[in-house]
Write a protein that binds this ligand. Structure first.
Ligand code: COA
Length: 171
């Protein structure tokens, strides 16, 4: 009887934000995105600016690459924000954040970020996901370096991104 009633309860959509600079998106980011969708309904992949990084791709290019990779995926929304993550989350009314945790080296930075953000916005919760082993040491910088030296970048990023990287280094 109780089980039958459950079917009529409209489940609220579970939303989360995955922030990052995505300069550019790699197979490692994609792995994290797909993993998160096992337990949330909709993921907002939010491209933003890292204060100490000089990006290779503009906001528009980074978003276009993400949109190209996730074309036809209604459960993945690509956005960008400028400013503090907590302000963006509050504006959106989303308080769940997805982050990738690759190696021990990520831990300090992530821990500091979570605690600082939580002091500004106590409602925030962060879920850390670990990518597949082969992506543990992958980073956007490594991919850019491989592309710059004409290496096999297609092993680490989707074809759309590989082509954009080749284009950048041709010009
Ligand atoms: N696979 C492959 N690479 C990955 C990865 C994965 N699963 N997860 C992270 N990386 C790489 C990224 O490509 C990036 O490489 P790079 O340094 O060579 O560019 C690096 O790991 C770290 O990137 P990411 O985890 O995406 O973080 P970020 O440093 O780009 O983003 C922000 C951090 C932007 C989310 C953070 O600075 C922020 O929230 N900024 C908004 C301003 C703010 O609120 N500041 C206060 C913070 S307390």
């Amino acid at each position: 009887m109780v089980q039958q009633e459950y079917r009529f309860i409209r489940r609220k959509e579970r939303l989360a934000v995955y922030p990052g600079s995505f300069d550019p998106v790699t197979n490692g980011h994609i792995d994290i995105i797909e993993r998160s969708l096992k337990f949330i309904d909709k993921l907002i992949v939010s491209v933003t600016h890292h204060p100490t990084k000089k990006p290779l791709f503009s906001f528009k290019e980074r978003m276009e690459m993400l949109q190209g990779v996730f074309r036809d995926r209604k459960e993945i929304v690509i956005e960008y924000f400028d400013g503090l993550l907590v302000d963006y989350l509050e504006k959106k009314g989303v308080f769940l954040v997805i982050r990738g945790l690759r190696a021990v080296s990520d831990f300090d930075y992530e821990f500091q970020m979570v605690l600082t953000n939580r002091r500004m916005l106590p409602r925030i919760e962060t879920i850390f996901l670990t990518p597949k082993e082969e992506y543990l040491y992958l980073s956007s910088s490594a991919v850019k370096e491989i592309a710059r030296l004409n290496g096999p970048v297609e092993r680490f990023v989707p074809e759309i991104v590989a082509e954009k990287l080749r284009e950048k280094h041709r010009s």
